[in-house]
Design a protein around this ligand. Structure first.
Ligand code: LLP
Length: 398
């Protein structure tokens, strides 16, 4: 199955049982995506990681761990979430920017490999932990992604450009450190692998400057179709990447451990977000479909103009064009404009596809709206994997 699409009766049953709105995940699809990523490269030294920022629910992380994937982390908080799912230090790679000293101390103790994002960070890490083995994030100068906000290669705040690497050895020597890994991430959501592959080539070329580098991490960004686009051909990507690695290794006479770290590819398609129609309004020629899915529940449409397919769970055979909106006090709280759906009534449910990646993980309690519950479907059974926030949670501040 490409992505989870719940039937009307199933959505209604789940909402009756767990309330609205609700994130629903399906285990088989999650496992399928894990296996595709795990089987991407037929190399012995290939260690794929899941980028937990896309969704760090403990129960989903446990499934991903069972499937043999390691993880990356962007904050001490993510490390704690990963450890709660059973991940051990050596399976966690840390890769954040603008780290404080306290953060450096924490990740030194809790991550198997720490990637530094700038030469200044490399120097400060060296002062704290001389003699350590570290990684460095490179900016390959090219990027890809579904929105300018998520393109990370090129003119962005991330990584070190190749032309700015000249002081690296001096910093490493000063602190008797070894640079054992180079890392990059071109951006989030590509369905065309050209830039990813070109950047991989650039990273491999860059590695030749550093004698101790033995780990190369090409980042994540593997996209999924949100609106019926053609799927990223993982088999083809795997074939091209294997060929590239083979020829670069042959040329340089070196062998590398290869890592990638997709987030969305694993967690997007196994999920649907279900919500309820709470109001209908005609105003100035627009039919507003009011729902309980504000941007505190799903931020992507508002932040990136991202479009998720929306299902109207209605028995009405007629169609209608709606502007689907949430319940927050901002006029920008719009899930989709000009959405063709069946005629809806108050109390009907809507389902939003591919909500599993960057859905719950970007949710908030803005406006005092509660974060939703999360449910996992496994072998025909449903199980609560995170309770809905409660009103009491909103006032427990100290
Ligand atoms: N590695 C690094 C260093 C990253 O910064 C990211 C994503 C990933 C891996 C995983 O990228 P993925 O495979 O999931 O595309 N909130 C945005 C996406 C932000 C991505 C941030 N970094 C969205 O909802 O589209």
């Amino acid at each position: 199955m490409d992505n989870l699409i719940l039937k009307k009766a199933q959505a209604e049953e789940l909402i009756r049982k767990y309330g609205s709105p609700l994130y629903v995940y399906e285990e088989t699809i999650l496992r399928e995506r894990c296996r595709e990523v795990r089987d991407l490269l037929p190399l012995k030294e290939y260690h794929p990681q899941y980028s937990a920022k896309a969704n760090s629910n403990t129960e989903l992380l446990k499934v991903i761990r069972e499937e043999g994937l390691n993880v990356d982390a962007m904050s001490p908080g993510e490390i704690v979430q990963e450890m709660a799912a059973g991940y051990e230090k050596e399976q966690i790679m840390y890769c954040s920017g603008n780290m404080s000293e306290a953060e450096m101390r924490y990740v030194h103790d809790h991550a198997g490999l720490v990637i530094l994002d700038s030469l200044s960070q490399l120097d400060r890490y060296g002062i704290l932990f001389p003699g350590s083995e570290v990684g460095l994030r490179i900016n390959p100068g090219i990027g890809a992604g579904h929105d300018a906000k998520v393109i990370t290669g090129g003119k962005t705040k991330f990584g070190v450009l190749r032309e700015d690497l000249k002081d690296t050895d001096q910093i490493l020597n000063k602190h008797s450190m070894k640079l054992i890994a180079l890392h990059e991430h071109v951006g989030s959501l590509f369905l065309d692998d050209t830039v990813f592959l070109k950047a991989a080539e650039i990273l491999m070329e860059t590695a030749e400057q550093f004698r101790d580098v033995r780990i190369l991490d090409f980042g994540g960004g593997l996209g999924v179709p949100y609106q019926g686009e053609e799927r990223l051909d993982l088999k083809e990507l795997g074939r091209k990447l294997t060929e590239l690695i083979g020829s670069m290794e042959k040329k340089s006479g070196r062998n590398y451990q290869i890592r990638i770290e997709p987030g969305r590819y694993l967690s997007a398609e196994c999920s649907m977000l279900i919500g309820t129609v709470t109001d209908l309004k005609d105003s100035q020629g627009v039919k507003y479909l009011g729902t309980d899915i504000g941007f505190n529940v799903l931020l992507r449409p508002v932040l990136y103009h991202a479009h998720h397919r929306i299902h109207g769970y209605s028995d009405d055979g007629r169609e209608q064009i709606y502007t689907v909106c949430g319940n927050l006090c901002e006029s920008g709280d719009i899930l989709a404009e000009n959405e063709k759906m069946p005629c809806m009534r108050i109390g009907d449910l809507i389902g939003i596809e591919n909500a599993g990646a960057y859905g719950y993980s970007m949710s908030s309690d803005y406006n005092g709206r509660l974060r939703p519950a999360e449910v996992l479907l496994s072998a025909g059974k449903d199980r609560l994997i995170r309770r809905r926030e409660s009103l009491e949670d909103l006032v427990h501040q100290i």
